[in-house]
Design a protein around this ligand. Structure first.
Ligand code: HEM
Length: 205
């Protein structure tokens, strides 16, 4: 792929990833964040996190199914970092707007509300992944260890989805579509490995 095309796609990826933030900023500037601005900010940042995590996890299966789209994997790190960025904005919304920086209230919330505990677990799992996302960290850790650590992104995404289910009212099914997508991505991994091994065995026979 040509360098200019890659730069263009990278710019478009940046712009697409910035859309949720731009919507929030525009809503704040125009005083148009809806009847419950805090809920709006929480929803926008929380769902941006989950959507971007899911997209970043989908890139490898897409590359396997359509080898012509292998270049997409070049954008996985950028999309993953944007997921962490929105998760951190989401956490900051909680710390500043829900808990008003009250450490005691936050500690009580973490102990008492399981959806908060699960959300925090998801963010804490993403933290070492964001911290080791540089080329320097990859070189320092070695590809194998880095890959092993970065498998945690699946656990973080599952914690994020559980956190989502645990905080919606009973009967509300809004987390269902992202849960099904994530489940499909999780199942596709072992199926792919099993199929590759089967092909190798058939070739060797
Ligand atoms: C990867 C990490 C996380 C993801 C993917 C995530 C995702 C979400 C999503 C999708 C919602 C639903 C918003 C709605 O339907 O209105 C939500 C709500 C919420 N999250 Fe998170 N979250 C994460 C981490 C956290 C953390 C670390 C905290 C705080 C410690 C937190 C606190 C909340 C709160 C307070 C709500 C709103 C609950 C309510 O409306 O009563 N989340 N989150």
């Amino acid at each position: 792929m040509k360098r200019q095309t890659l730069i263009l796609i990278k710019t478009l990826t940046w712009l697409a990833c910035l859309v949720p933030l731009a919507r929030l900023l525009w809503g704040a500037v125009t005083n148009n964040l809806g009847p419950d601005p805090i809920a709006n900010i929480t929803f926008t940042t929380g769902s941006a996190t989950l959507n971007l995590l899911t997209i970043s996890l989908a890139l490898t299966p897409v590359r396997r199914l359509i080898p012509e789209l292998s270049w997409l994997v070049k954008f996985r790190r950028l999309i993953g970092l944007f997921a962490f960025f929105y998760a951190t904005l989401h956490l900051a919304t909680y710390v500043a707007l829900y808990a008003g920086f009250d450490l005691h209230a936050m500690a009580a919330d973490i102990a008492k509300r399981r959806y908060i505990t699960m959300g925090l677990a998801a963010w804490l799992l993403l933290l070492p992944l964001a911290a080791t996302s540089t080329n320097w960290a990859i070189r320092k850790m070695g590809g194998k260890n880095w890959n092993r650590l970065h498998k945690l992104v699946y656990v973080a995404a599952v914690c994020g989805v559980i956190h989502y289910w645990w905080q919606v009212k009973p009967g509300v099914l809004s987390p269902l579509s992202i849960t099904l997508m994530l489940a499909l991505l999780l199942i596709s991994r072992p199926i792919w490995t099993w199929n590759q091994r089967r092909k190798l065995r058939l070739r060797a026979a």
